[in-house]
Design a protein around this ligand. Sequence first.
Ligand code: GLV
Ligand code: GLV
Length: 338
Amino acid sequence: NKLKVVVSRDLGPDVMPLLLDNKELDVVVWPHNSVCDRKWLLENAAGASGILVMLSEKAKLFDAAGPSLRVVSTMSVGYEHADLKELAKRNIRFGYTPDVLTDAVADLSIMLALMAGRNTKETTEIWPNFVWSPFAFCGPQLSTTSTSPKRTAGFIGFGRIAQATLARLVPFGFQHCLYAANPSTPADPAADAALAAKYGVRELRRVLLAELASESDVVFVLAPGGPATYHIVDEKFLRAMKRSAVLVNTARGTLVDSDALAKALHEGWLYGAGIDVVEGEPKIGADHPLVKAPRCVVLPHIGSATTDTRIGMATLAANNLLGGLFGKDMPAELNTSR
Ligand code: GLV
Ligand code: GLV
């Protein structure tokens, strides 16, 4: 009696054999190179013991899958698309893909900070007609200079990806790090001191958003999505930023009020923005306010899009599924009953 598993995207020749070659599994895979159709997913989930989904799939599959469902595995580090309460209630195990994408997303965060500060949006658009002048397209410098030796990085959310981003900023001369964290977790100055020593910075402190906005030369949005962080970067935050600062969002579009950010860029409250995630994605038209905003680089959610990282994520998602199906350890299981 084989266990049925449903996989909402083909995970490619490096990873699919982990599932397809397993004689105990009956594997059903969405057959197209497009977002898995919801109706197809619900139909095929019937009788399934395991389901492997992407961020694009709202993982509320319980009624369709019924009591046979043992495990849901998502190929993403974020899990705001999953109903954790319901999973816990039904004793369905849940796997996700932390760690394997940390470096790729930290790399992209640095890239966007540089692209926003150097205004690559407008300079690439204009280059055939570019006319040089001493201060044409000059913006802030990410690394320290002799006239401007202090750099402060601000992080909204200070988990693995934020810390990997900080590690990359230290060689640019960043010696000051401010972060804002979930208000329900208590402040821990001793842990902050240990992190300051680990990353080799002079200052590392948890602060309120107002101080983070006004003191940072670059703000990285790296907290989870969901209702608790909805529009945490709003008009008030943006108005408080330095006019020379840049904002980078490589987390979730819902953390930033897009209309307020577009207005801020048009009016110069901050210098530029680098955005890998937009509220309402993937349906972002060419007339979206952020696509039209000056000095705003917009990417289509490619933070983890390197070959090695995506193979790592897909492998981890497949191994999470297998662990959950056979009652074994899952390499990255989320404790849903917290
Ligand atoms: C990407 O956004 C992820 O959650 O993996
Ligand atoms: C994800 O949420 C992380 O910081 O790794």
